[in-house]
Design a binder for this molecule. Structure first.
Ligand SMILES: Nc1nc2c(c(=O)[nH]1)N[C@H]1C(S)=C(S)[C@@H](COP(=O)(O)O)O[C@H]1N2
Ligand SMILES: [Mo]
Length: 508
């Protein structure tokens, strides 16, 4: 008779075979360049998570929520793998079925991802098959061949188990390592391509005039450097991009559907515009906002070529990774500089920000307009809903007039002449006035930096010479339509937070 595998070791067997299944799945996915099983499941979780959970995740983890999600998935898998191992020690087939179930979830998730075909299911399936076989071998004690006359099975062999699971664990580590290296190589190849500078073809009179007076203080530069620009998207890994194969189409309610390659974009009149991009999930006083010089082709120029059916209501765009959004057709023609951007702050559009091309529409929150990794633009009715709309966000996403205090940066400052300063924005309308209130004092008008464009934030500054004490500072902005931002505090959902940014400062 054989003795059963001790529980502790059954747990190890589960962990090791689970890790091997995942690692082989990742490796095969990396080799065949399909979505990795973990990322596929992660993306399905992101897509299916209730809005509140997603909002909380963004708030808790800020832009590191992706790492947190991965760690979450791996922790759940690890706990499940332990359970699967313990089950397998009782009934092997139950353990194998357990691994198979996880493989199935990975396979279905991968095949369901936008841009993936049924073949994307294979890595998960093959990983699960290998994992299940290894698990069955590890937990089924086999008779030990003992040299000598007796062939009697001696039961579970701890040494043999440890060697076998050590080999399996090493295999998992190796497969996982190679998978990560391949993925890293894929991303760095794309990054390499983004380092190719764009040709010098921007029309001179279309260059932005960044006036010397745009900066009143240093803490928040007027232009946000690319590596400090906030990043918000649902992508767990970057979509595959081969510039030679990449193109996007403009279709739907147009006269002539057309496809544009990167070379087509480069051959068209290039412009540069300074536009402040802002996320609807930006809390009052938050950091999900940045200002950059965007270079590209005006959307209206492209739409003039395809022609637009007068019945079209929405410019609906889709990314390479299947994310979607839409904004009113009017926003392409009402004079605002909606563009297909291929450059950012003098560089080729970085991968994080949508290489090779993205939409930038002044005055609209990113979630309705700013599709990165652009793949398709369709002219549609409002029956098509962008990614966030069925998730409880407004179909219409004009940016609200807002202001933020950036200086003082610390909760405690020393007495003496200093500044209260920050930024204010009301893209497409422009900032007219910014006022600061200290405690319950009068609203004092702040000095405004040079007005570069209605589509950018404006720095503001108020001189301050406080005596020691505790102060409450508030700011409010008025846009050029004469509208002062509301003091009413509303949450970010469904269409952007409102209320005054306030900070408490102790002066010592
Ligand atoms: N493909 C894709 N594009 C996207 C998103 C996304 O999730 N996927 N998020 C949008 C949102 S909500 C915002 S606020 C902006 C942010 O752009 P950034 O990451 O370059 O700052 O991108 C938009 N474009
Ligand atoms: Mo956003």
């Amino acid at each position: 008779m054989t003795t059963p595998v001790p529980r502790r070791f059954a747990a190890i067997a589960g962990l090791v075979s689970g890790a091997l299944a995942v690692a082989i799945g990742m490796l095969l996915a990396a080799i065949t360049e399909v979505v990795s099983p973990i990322d596929a499941v992660g993306s399905e979780v992101v897509d299916r998570a209730p809005r509140r959970v997603k909002e909380l995740a963004i708030r808790w983890f800020e832009t590191d929520d992706k790492l947190a999600l991965r760690i979450g998935i791996i922790s759940i898998l690890a706990v499940a793998a332990v359970g699967v191992g313990v089950l397998a020690a009782r009934r092997v087939w139950l353990g194998m079925a357990g691994i198979g179930l996880f493989g199935l979830v990975g396979a279905l998730s991968a095949a369901h991802r936008p841009g993936e075909s049924a073949g994307a299911a294979l890595p998960s399936i093959l990983g699960a098959v290998v994992g299940a076989i290894v698990l069955s071998r590890l937990v089924q004690p086999r008779p030990i061949e003992v040299p000598g006359p007796s062939k009697a099975p001696l039961g579970w062999d701890r040494r043999r188990f440890l060697v076998a699971s050590g080999v399996a664990a090493a295999g998992a580590a190796a497969a996982g390592g190679v998978a990560r290296a391949l993925e890293g190589q894929r991303v760095s190849e794309i990054r390499q391509a983004t380092r190719v500078p764009l040709p010098d073809t921007v029309i001179a009179e279309e260059m932005p005039d960044i006036s010397p007076g745009a900066e009143l203080f240093d803490e928040t530069p007027f232009l946000t450097p690319n590596d400090q620009f906030y990043r918000i998207d649902t992508a767990l890994s970057f979509p595959g991009i081969d510039l030679d194969l990449w193109s996007f189409e403009i279709a739907g309610m147009v006269d002539t559907p057309m496809r544009f390659t990167y070379a087509d974009l480069l051959a068209m009149p290039q412009v540069e515009r300074v536009v402040t991009l802002c996320c609807v999930s930006n809390e009052v006083g938050g950091k999900y906002i940045g200002n950059a010089v965007w270079r590209g082709v005006m959307l209206r120029d492209l739409l003039e070529r395809t022609g637009v059916n007068p019945a079209a209501e929405q410019v609906y765009s889709t990314s390479l990774d299947g994310w979607t959004c839409g904004f009113p057709v009017a926003a392409a023609f009402d004079g605002r500089d909606a563009m297909i951007a291929i450059g950012m702050n003098g560089e080729t559009l970085p991968l994080e920000h949508g290489y090779p091309a993205r939409l930038v529409v002044p005055g609209l929150y990113g979630y309705v307009s700013a599709t990165k990794w652009l793949s398709k633009i369709e002219l549609t009715g409002w029956d098509r809903e962008g990614y966030w709309v069925p998730r409880g966000w407004s179909a219409d996403g004009p940016i609200k007039t807002q202001s933020r205090i950036d200086v003082p940066r610390t909760a405690t400052v020393t007495t003496g002449k200093q500044a209260i300063a920050g930024v204010a924005w009301a893209q497409f309308r422009g900032i007219e006035r910014v006022e600061v209130q200290i405690d319950e004092g009068p609203w004092q008008q702040a000095t405004l930096a040079a007005d570069v464009s209605d589509d950018t934030w404006r720095q503001w500054l108020l001189e301050w010479d406080p005596s020691p004490g505790l102060y409450l500072l508030k700011v409010r902005a008025t846009d050029k339509s004469g509208e002062t931002q509301t003091a009413d505090q509303t949450p970010v959902a469904p269409d952007g937070a409102t209320g005054y940014h306030m900070i408490r400062v102790k002066v010592v």
